[in-house]
Design a protein around this ligand. Structure first.
Ligand code: FAD
Length: 419
């Protein structure tokens, strides 16, 4: 099936966007109603996902629908954008075609925005024991494991097995790991209080394991230290300098120590989504496609790679970070350059507007940093809440859901059925 054929008849340039995440969705929005352009946006899922709040779904603070918005609904009234549900497997750069299964779409311009996936550093066998947090399915699976662990502990009479059910290990102390560990500690000490008869959920052990010397290594040492203190106050054990050697059904092995745990979660590494591209393109160690200063593939000015899939140097040796604002800006920029090409205007330079970074620790603490500005504690937490709300509103039109967040936080998302 050559999907672009009907649109070709209009004489418009065909822009194929692969991925409806932060980068792809914003590229499409930039091209909405632009004359001379027909867009086909392909995603393997029917929804755009607000990944920064996945940890809240995983820890029963939000429901899946609170952070996912149907891609199709975003473009309901935009006649020059078609949405296609499908998985792209590869690209033939010479024939200007993307393909996958029955799918084949020819393009004049291509925007690749497939994001990233987990990397288990060659230990794919760990994935079953330690799911990562990247999709709604993974978030609900983590939630199922957390909630079922408390139920199993309540039913268990053997004290050692009960202890293992009440031990939660999060591997990787970047923002995702810190947020997940903090939220597990928080709900076990607040939302679940008084719900059980034979166990005290507050006794749950939450261990955050990090191979590097400190948590949140991309933040300043001061903020990283503050985050560690906040985590410890919440009841999280922070094990830095601890290299995981094995993960199995019984728990995690670190050096000569075996940490018996029923629930292990992976937040330690990501790599770019991979496509079969012919002829092959150059990638970095994390599988990201190396792009030029206008996000195009070297030698392919009509093929852009944006978001987490791109390896883009903002300064010598310094890459554009794998953050939502960077993906949004890259997506919009690529679309703007396509429009300039069509208008016979020269391309302009991309300049990254650093919006800073933040991490939430439990329900009411956070750290945030922008340049030399730093925020901690409740002020940062309020800031992170309003940033998430603003981002959700701008990206997915989810203003109502986002502002409802505090109201649903806690119990409403805890319904879960034993599988
Ligand atoms: C748990 C978590 C927490 C995060 N927290 C923050 C935060 O607090 N602040 C922040 O700025 N950033 C955060 N990030 C990072 C941020 O979410 C990413 O940088 C951003 O999502 C990248 O956008 P993207 O468009 O490149 O990829 P994505 O948003 O991942 O979108 C990729 C899209 O491509 C689709 N796709 C993938 N492969 C294919 C294929 N082969 N065929 C068709 N479709 C495909 C996917 O279904 C998806 O819709 C977080 C990420 C995670 C996972």
């Amino acid at each position: 099936m050559r999907l672009e054929r009907p649109a070709r008849a209009t004489g418009k340039k065909i822009v194929v966007i692969v991925g409806g995440g932060f980068a792809g969705l914003n590229a499409a929005k930039q091209l909405a109603n632009a004359p001379g352009v027909h867009v086909i946006l392909v995603d393997q899922r029917n929804h755009h996902l607000f990944q920064p709040l996945l940890y809240q779904v995983a820890t029963a603070g939000l429901n899946p629908a609170d952070i996912a918005v149907p891609i199709r609904a975003q473009f309901r009234h935009v006649p020059n954008i078609d949405i296609h549900l499908g998985r792209v497997e590869g690209v033939n750069l010479q024939q200007r075609v993307v393909f996958g299964g029955e799918l084949e779409i020819g393009y004049d311009y291509l925007v690749l925005a497939c994001g990233a996936r987990h990397s288990y550093f060659g230990h794919t066998e760990w994935e079953d024991f330690a799911p990562g947090l990247k999709t709604l399915e993974q978030a609900t699976e983590i939630r199922r494991r957390i909630l079922s662990a408390f139920e199993l502990a309540e039913n268990e009479i053997d004290p050692d097995r009960q202890k293992a059910f009440l031990t939660f290990v999060v591997v990787g102390a970047g923002p995702t790991g810190v947020e997940l560990a903090g939220a597990i500690a928080d709900i076990s000490r607040t939302a679940m209080r008084g719900d059980f008869r034979r166990i005290d959920p507050a006794q749950a052990r939450v261990v955050l394991v990090e191979a590097g010397p400190r948590v949140l290594a991309f933040f300043s040492e001061l903020l990283s230290e503050r985050a560690k203190r906040d985590l410890v106050e919440l009841g999280v054990e922070v094990w830095t300098g601890s290299q995981v050697e094995r993960i199995d059904a019984d728990g995690v092995t670190i050096g000569s120590q075996k940490l018996l745990a029923h629930s292990v979660f992976w937040a330690a590494g990501v790599e770019a989504a991979r496509l079969r591209i012919q002829p092959p393109v150059e990638t970095d160690r994390a599988g990201r496609i190396k792009v030029t200063g206008d996000f195009s593939v070297p030698g392919q000015p009509n093929v852009f790679v944006v978001g987490d899939m791109a390896s883009f140097e903002i300064a010598p040796g310094k890459l554009l970070p794998g953050l939502a604002p960077a993906a949004i800006q890259g997506g919009r920029y690529a679309a703007a350059m396509i429009l300039r090409d069509i208008d016979h205007q020269p391309r302009t330079l991309f300049s990254y507007r650093d919006k800073g970074q933040m991490a939430t620790i439990g329900k009411s603490r956070a750290i945030a940093e922008k340049g030399r500005l730093a925020l901690t504690g409740r002020a940062a937490s309020r800031g992170s809440g309003s940033c998430a709300t603003e981002l959700m509103r701008r990206v997915g039109g989810q203003e109502e859901n986002a502002s409802a967040e505090p109201a649903v936080s806690g119990r409403s998302a805890r319904n879960w059925h034993a599988a």
